[in-house]
Design a protein around this ligand. Sequence first.
Ligand code: SAM
Ligand code: SF4
Length: 370
Amino acid sequence: MPNLSEAPPSLCLDHAGIKAWLREMEPANLEVLWAAADRVRQARVGDDVHLRGLIEASSHCIRHCLYCGLRAPNEGLDRYRMNGAEILDCALEAVRLGYGSVVIQAGEDPGLTQAFIGEVVRAIKRHTPLAVTLSLGERSDEDLLAWREAGADRYLLRFETSDPLLYRRIHPSLPGIPSDRFAQLSRMRGMGYEIGTGVMVGIPGQTWDTLAFDLLRFRDFDMDMIGVGPFLPSPRTPLGRPEAASFFAPPEEQVPNDELTTLKAIALTRLVCPEANIPSTTALATLDRAQGRELALMRGANVVMPNVTPVAYRARYEIYPGKACIHETAAACQGCLSGRIHALGRRIGKGPGGRLKSDCKNEPASDLHH
Ligand code: SAM
Ligand code: SF4
């Protein structure tokens, strides 16, 4: 292990380089990483911060993910599914607030049928200029194609971890249907979706090696959108209870689910994927309500996803406890966020804010070599 306090690792962003940066703790060295990520963000995606209105359309879910409070076995939840008019109202509210796109997110809910979501997407497209992103879990190609034809522009599906063994443990397949999120991401790209993915930082069993490989996967797949947020344990889940102890990697290998590690992962994601849209996540804002959003925007992120779900539903979409911004109305969120964004000297992006593609090759941080 190099003595990181004497010299920062070079920014050769191969697996060893990324891993060394993820483990870096020296504040002066980290300043170099933050500055590089911010510079690349500004050069490649500019000062605009794109706002995507998040619509949490259903808290029903058939899956048993060991990390998520919406998992099917949780019987105590007061589950809901919004109707089409309610979802359209949320989209209209997003337009009133000046947002250029909405994200319709939900548990993996067969009650959100192909026909229902197709009709919702068509209605939003008919009545608004919004780009529409779906994040509805693992769905059949027939569903995905039908929604693309209805006008859906983007799809978010985090691969959660690139370690196949860990993935199978924390994200059990449905009977007879092996879960392969990478394959679905590839097929969706073929269908013409902009594709988004991401991982949680510090999930029990995630090692430094694995997280470094996750970031390389973002680059290999040239992901359009990449969400990286901390894992926040929920006592309603196996990974939030004492039984999670058996999942943890040895202490020197286990990635912590803290703010600093998440910020390093975001900054490195910007360096390996200079043109991706990278959100400052609500999970990070939950860990650090005072400055989590701002720190991510200063260290590589260029997107925020303010919640436009009716307040009455928000607390019922409990992925993890204590989620930030669940009591504020959509308008209050907008006011708070635009103040924070302007205070950073950044602008609110206009329009759908899709993936920019330039011809330049990745040359993110040449002056970071030593
Ligand atoms: N059901 C869809 C899916 O799984 O892709 C979309 C909704 S799911 C709640 C969205 C994301 O929440 C997941 O991809 C996961 O990364 C994140 N998530 C779930 N449980 C979490 C937790 N305890 N802490 C932080 N993020 C979590
Ligand atoms: Fe369901 Fe998604 Fe939560 Fe898994 S992460 S339990 S698929 S809502």
